[in-house]
Design a protein around this ligand. Structure first.
Ligand code: 173
Length: 493
């Protein structure tokens, strides 16, 4: 009979024995053929694998797959040392405060949980907050939950291609990193984390006007000179400053200008306002620095330069100072989208600014439905020279595909990438993008769509999208059903 010591010697890929139900097997030559990969067997090389093997293999699997001479016979049980037989790791004590390894993040929501732990309270308040009762912010994700799929079957989905182009620029995904301000609140490298990750993964980053890093730093962080970037623009009351910004961007090779049109005044983000904000933010454009009111939260503290008088008429000026394609970011009705298309702009972003501006604004994905319908009725859709983008609430590739099916060219994602780099630097953003790609591949296969062109309106049931659930804010400390008081002196006590 074999001795356990002998089995233990065969503990590597050149000679790999395992014990299952008291018998030893030489699986060395079988390693490359194992459907689950060689790695998992090698974990048990020279050991008893019964406990792992049993639940996943029907009886007789080993005997059927191995030549007889590889079944080496029983191992003398008296030679198996007790501690080896039951080689169990002690139950790990969960450390609630520890940052898990990046590989534990399986979806975009995971980064939010971790970011909340690692961010300073002021930073968390600024990034996570929405306007007023945050109804719109929550609605952004829940709107996607009201759209359901109508997948097609028996299509060849052996190869799946989710690459596309935005404003004529190639992207590996129908996703771009949208602009978010004050990137250094989350990580010392700020927005450069996003630049590096976008470059590595072949997607486009929109550079914010109010970045913490300078424009030159963000452009300088590109992984190579062909990396494409767009720019988000807040129009300054001093148009000269804005002209300089635009011309600098164009000279640096920025390929699209996204003008924010939903923030003539900044929304009240109360979580942010409760924090006394005294970090050094990006305040370069404010010419009257002394009047900054820090009691109003991070965003309000640095936003006073934004021109509330900006109107459709200014677009003539804007077009005269640049050759970059111009996209309006923050369009919320079909009327405005049609006007932008009729003017010959390059596109619109259907957005409510991540729920940070007008509370009870509808989600971008809901607006998409009415915009496409109105454009179609005017023969303005589809039109490769006028692209529709959506942002707000996108956390899954299924959300991306819902938007694409309904007519969006691509979607913007903001907070999840901020959270990813706040916790893990640019590696976190790379991982987040890879997760999205993996989800994309799986979802497109299951939808029966080998390319994005195959993701058509008939693949979604969006009938419930316009249904809004009523909302009542919960007031401080008031519960509808008060806690019942504990009765004292009851008969049986
Ligand atoms: O959403 C924001 O916080 C934002 O867009 C902004 C605007 C001005 C200053 C800082 C942030």
């Amino acid at each position: 009979m074999l001795k356990f010591d002998e089995v233990q010697k065969h503990n590597n890929k050149d000679s790999c024995w395992v014990i299952v139900h008291g018998n030893a097997y030489d699986v060395t030559e079988f390693l490359p053929d194992h459907p689950g990969g060689a790695g998992i067997i090698l974990k048990y090389a020279g050991k008893d694998a019964t406990e792992e093997y049993d639940p996943i293999h029907p009886p007789g699997t080993l005997e059927e797959n191995l030549p007889k001479e590889k079944c080496l016979g029983p191992v003398d049980p008296s030679t198996i040392k007790e501690e080896v037989k039951t080689e169990k790791k002690p139950a790990a004590k969960l450390d609630e405060d520890a940052i898990p390894p990046l590989s534990q993040c399986l979806n975009l929501y995971d980064f939010e949980v971790i970011a909340k732990k690692v961010l300073k309270p002021t930073a968390w308040a600024y990034y996570s907050s929405g306007a007023d009762d945050e109804v719109t912010m929550r609605e952004n994700t829940s709107a996607f939950g009201r759209i359901w799929f109508r997948p097609r079957i028996l299509r060849d989905v052996s190869k799946v291609d989710y690459s596309t182009s935005l404003l004529g620029q190639k992207s590996t995904l129908p996703v771009y990193i949208t602009a978010t301000a004050l990137g250094k609140l989350g990580h010392p490298e700020g927005e450069k984390n996003l630049t590096v990750a976008a470059g590595k993964e072949g997607i486009i980053q929109m550079i914010p006007t109010l970045a913490s890093c300078s424009f030159d730093e963000i452009v300088g962080a590109r992984v190579d000179e062909n990396q494409v970037q767009f720019m988000q623009l807040y129009v300054n009351s001093n148009r000269k400053i804005t002209e300089r910004i635009i011309q600098k961007a164009e000279a640096a090779g920025v390929k699209g200008l996204f003008v924010t049109v939903d923030a003539p005044q900044l929304g009240r983000r109360e979580k942010d306002m409760r924090m006394k904000f005294d970090d050094v933010g990006s305040n370069e454009q404010n010419q009257n620095k002394d009047t900054v009111d820090r009691s109003q939260g991070a965003a309000r503290a640095i936003s006073s330069f934004i021109d509330p008088s900006l109107s459709w008429d200014d677009l003539t000026w804007l077009r005269s100072v640049t050759r970059m394609p111009i996209v309006l970011k923050g369009v919320q009705t079909w009327e405005d989208a049609v006007r932008a298309a009729e003017m010959g702009l390059a596109g619109v972003v259907l957005s409510n600014h991540g729920g940070r501006q007008l509370d009870f604004a509808r989600s971008g994905i809901e607006v998409l439905g009415e915009v496409v319908e109105a454009l179609k009725a005017r023969n303005l859709f589809p039109n490769p020279m006028f692209q529709i983008f959506v942002d707000g609430g996108i956390r899954r590739a299924s959300d991306v595909l819902k938007a694409v099916a309904m007519g969006a060219t691509a979607v913007g994602i903001g907070r999840p990438f901020l959270y990813a780099y706040s916790a893990y630097g640019s590696d976190g953003v790379v991982h987040a993008l890879q997760l999205l790609k993996a989800e994309m591949e799986m979802n497109m296969r299951l939808l029966g769509a080998p390319t994005l062109k195959d993701v058509v309106p008939e693949m979604v049931d969006a009938r419930a999208l316009g249904t809004h659930v009523n909302f009542t804010p919960i007031s401080h400390g008031h519960q509808i059903y008060e806690k019942l008081s504990t009765a004292v002196g009851m008969p049986n006590e």
